[in-house]
Write a new protein. Sequence first.
Length: 184
Amino acid sequence: MNLKKLEVATLGGGCFWCIEAVLQRVNGVEKIISGYTGGTAPGKPTYREVCSGLTGHAEVVQVTFDPERISFKELLILFMTSHDPTSLNRQGGDIGTQYRSVIYYHDESQKEIAKLVAKEVAPYFENPIATEISPLATFYAAEDYHQEYDNNNSSQGYCSAVIRPKLAKLREMHADKMKTLSSR
């Protein structure tokens, strides 16, 4: 029996629909769950509560990936170039701490790699990197209707206006890292 050793990354960069749509198209990504983490409000948060900005939680995706096909470092580079890591608590029209750029590390190795990637990509941006690097606290899966959002709602205006340009950028910058249509 051939069992793959999969790893998990937890990332936030604006609306989780965007990060999910981008990273689910990357070779080696096995599964993505949209959710919330990083806050201090008690209990499992709802989307409405997180959107209020009062819970302290960020919209994130938890990415299960095969490190033999894509390393954590490569995944972070794709993540950092798929959103604006220099924007504090904002991605486009999404404003608030729940939309912060953040890497939640699962262990010390991920922490060190995250710091390294932030330093390596910094020269490619005009402004300083604002991405938070913090230990993962409790992760809460978002409501079912947020999962696979772009795949299930591709005709929605948000998908056309916000997600499609991010996917075009991914294809332009990282075509060699993308899944083929048959492997999705």
